[in-house]
Design a protein around this ligand. Sequence first.
Ligand SMILES: Cc1cc2nc3c(=O)[nH]c(=O)nc-3n(C[C@H](O)[C@H](O)[C@H](O)COP(=O)(O)O)c2cc1C
Length: 134
Amino acid sequence: MVRDSNIKDELGNTLSPGNPATDAIKIAPVVIVACAELKKSGCFRGEPVTDKGDSWYMFDVALAMQNLTLAAHSLGLGTVHVGAFNARKAASILEVPEGFCVVEMTPLGYPDQEGRVTPRKELSEIAFHDKYGS
Ligand SMILES: Cc1cc2nc3c(=O)[nH]c(=O)nc-3n(C[C@H](O)[C@H](O)[C@H](O)COP(=O)(O)O)c2cc1C
């Protein structure tokens, strides 16, 4: 959890050029930066157990951040998943140790505008019975 204005500003500067979340990262009272320990999730004795290799930490962080954003929403707070940024630079700013990485961040605060809901696909387009595509 980052509350320091200078650090929030530095984090904001790691976002991709023109990233619409930049101002929110710099201005929000709190920025939550989700980190993961490498070679843990989906691994046994430091070795990946599945064909996904050492990438299950992305799954775990996504679940945690999804829960966090939903909990924030239920309290009237605004968030936005921010993934388009230089994660190595962010890790260096936050002095994240070796063996851990930065995955995503979100600003947290009272929203100054209403979010837009993306149109969803019909369930029939993405849910299949017995075999993929049927
Ligand atoms: C993995 C991931 C990374 C994202 N990165 C950014 C980002 O860097 N900047 C931004 O403004 N929004 C980002 N978003 C938010 C999306 O632009 C979008 O607002 C949000 O996902 C809601 O739309 P959806 O329900 O269709 O996913 C990201 C979303 C996801 C899932």
